[in-house]
Design a protein around this ligand. Structure first.
Ligand code: FES
Length: 128
């Protein structure tokens, strides 16, 4: 059975400057939307280490660094990059329509292994 998407209109894209993130409380979750030079990506706004607010992290390339202890997460896969422990945050489908960012809050996904991450990342890059 195919489940329905639940695209929610979140905010005008102009509200998130390039290479910055903003947190939004939506559908009972706190998410962080990032602007990667006009491409928008969304992850949960809670670092799996000790709950740091990832929206406040420094964006570099397609990653964000947690502001509390410096773990780095890939914004496309949600997977921690070179962390001492395997860790991942949920990512959410995101698109822009008529200048408004929409997030499918019901179809977040979480990658549990680097192998899965590598194949997912390859697919994402192909779609770009
Ligand atoms: S809370 Fe994010 S690295 Fe510690």
């Amino acid at each position: 059975m195919i489940s329905q998407s639940n695209w929610l209109r979140v905010t005008p894209s102009e509200n998130i400057p390039s290479l910055e993130g903003r947190s939004v409380q939506i559908g009972g979750r706190e998410i962080a939307i990032f602007n990667l030079h006009g491409r928008f990506v969304t992850i949960e706004n809670k670092c799996p280490h000790k709950g740091g607010p990832l929206c406040d992290g420094i964006v570099s390339g397609t990653t964000v660094v947690c502001p509390l202890h410096g773990w780095r997460f890939d914004l496309d896969t949600g997977l921690a990059v070179r962390a001492s422990l395997p860790a991942c945050v949920t990512t959410f489908p995101t698109r822009v329509e008529d200048g408004v960012i929409l997030v499918d809050i019901d179809h977040g996904s979480r990658i549990e292994s680097e192998e899965t991450a590598a194949s997912s990342l390859a697919q994402i890059r192909l779609q770009d």
